[in-house]
Design a protein around this ligand. Structure first.
Ligand code: UTP
Length: 408
């Protein structure tokens, strides 16, 4: 793209201010900025106009989960099936580590956070130990894909290399970067994070498969016969990864996606609840649950909308391929965005000053035809770290690790 073409593109979207400092830039910086203008999808900014529109939801109905007792009964069978799939190389793991983790308040990648008390225990270390628990017992080395973003890629790769991948085999790990979206002010003007750089942020965790496809990882999956991807978040330090029982149960259920879920602690707990929406799997946010839904009971007299998702899913690739090119809903999220002030100095705002654009994996689930919610014991498998203190924090995760005999 030439300077003139870039200028034209910016004019088209009302973003001419991006070239405000152009004349001050070196030739390399000028070229980088033009390339960024070329790469940036400014059409996402249109979603700002609709940010207050309540998205139309369909008709909700309960989706039965496979509960602990049923899992216990089938454990042997499921385990056998899961181990077989792992031995045949049909399953891989994918760590979502592209988020900014702003709530934790550290600029470093979230996985590098040290939750140790008497020794170093990094979040990445905990996750890889959990994965190794499974793989070492079975004697396999499934592929581990790690999604980063432009903002934390180099730091993530360097950290894991420095720590020798916490015992995982380097040649079984593949990093890839997710896509970015521009961040803007209240009037839809993109912020600059440098004189030659538009402020961007990771575009949410729904685009993982498209980002994988961009760098050809879908070919690896096809060539190696990988059918299942266990997607998991960076922040749950207790989760089981490539759990053979979960894998076996999901394979046997013949559903397009398996979702680990926990029983809600209270009817109004702030978790996304798995259910059906117009007959397809869906996740309803806690604030969307009507009183009627909170009161609804299943055949056994238990709450019908009783299971919250923990961002640990098994996706069946052949089903995902059918919907991969379909877009999912855009979420416009108010956030603190570091940006240049009027004097051209970089500031880190104390309060929210603009919007980011994200697509979420829960909307991807709704594109799929069927789902198996698979119950796990909350105290054993759910210790998310979102904040420094309080609910879902470093503190609460430490307590849960202790409860599970993990030394910190
Ligand atoms: P969160 O919803 O906790 O978002 O992500 P976040 O951006 O990391 O944290 P805050 O809101 O700024 O504090 C859930 C999971 O999805 C990943 C995160 O890394 C985490 O594993 N994620 C999120 C991505 O990989 N990419 C994204 O664009 C967003």
């Amino acid at each position: 793209m030439t300077f003139e073409q870039a200028k034209e593109k910016l004019q088209k979207y009302g973003q001419e201010h991006v070239f405000r400092y152009y004349d001050e830039l070196s030739d390399t910086e000028k070229n980088e900025l033009i390339a960024q203008v070329e790469d940036t999808d400014f059409t996402v900014l249109d979603y700002l106009e609709h940010k207050d529109a309540i998205s139309e939801r369909g008709e909700f109905s309960p989706l039965k989960a496979m509960e602990l007792a049923e899992i216990e009964d089938g454990r042997g069978e499921f385990y056998k099936e899961g181990v077989k799939a792992l031995k045949e190389g049909k399953a891989a793991a994918l760590l979502l580590a592209g988020g900014m983790g702003t709530r934790l308040g550290s600029d470093a990648p979230k996985g590098t956070y040290d939750i140790g008390l008497t020794k170093h225990v990094y979040i990445f270390e905990r996750l890889i130990e959990n994965l190794l628990d499974v793989t070492e017992a079975i004697g396999v080395w499934p592929r581990l894909f790690i999604m980063t973003s432009e903002k934390n890629h180099d730091a993530t790769v360097a950290f894991l290399k420095e720590h020798d991948y916490f015992g995982y085999k380097e040649d079984r790990i593949t990093f890839f970067k997710q896509d970015m979206a521009p961040a803007c002010d209240d009037n839809g003007k993109v912020y600059l994070e440098g004189k030659g750089r538009i402020a961007t942020s990771p575009n949410g965790n729904a685009g993982w498969y498209q980002s994988m496809k961009k760098v050809g990882i879908d070919k690896i999956l096809a060539d190696e016969g990988i059918e299942w991807i266990n997607l998991f978040a960076v922040d749950n330090v207790l989760q089981r990864i490539l759990d053979p029982v979960f894998l076996g149960a999901t394979i046997q259920s013949k559903t397009a996606v398996g979702a680990k879920v926990v029983k809600k602690a209270a009817p109004d707990e702030k978790v996304g609840v798995i259910c059906l929406e117009d007959g397809r799997p869906s996740i309803v946010e806690y604030y969307e649950l009507s009183q009627e839904m909170m009161d609804a009971k299943d055949d056994s007299g238990n709450p019908a909308y009783n299971f919250g998702v923990i961002l640990n899913y098994l996706f069946y690739i052949p089903e995902l391929n059918k919907v991969a090119d379909k877009g999912t809903m855009m979420h416009v999220v108010r956030k603190k965005i570091p940006c240049l002030n009027e004097s051209g100095e970089l500031i880190k705002p104390e309060t929210e000053n603009g919007y980011k654009f994200e697509q979420l994996v829960l909307d991807l689930i709704h594109e799929l035809p069927s789902c198996l919610p698979f119950e796990v014991v909350r105290e054993k498998e759910f210790a998310p770290i979102k904040n420094k203190t309080g609910i879902d924090s470093v503190e609460s995760a430490r307590m849960l690790c202790k409860l599970n005999g993990i030394e910190l």
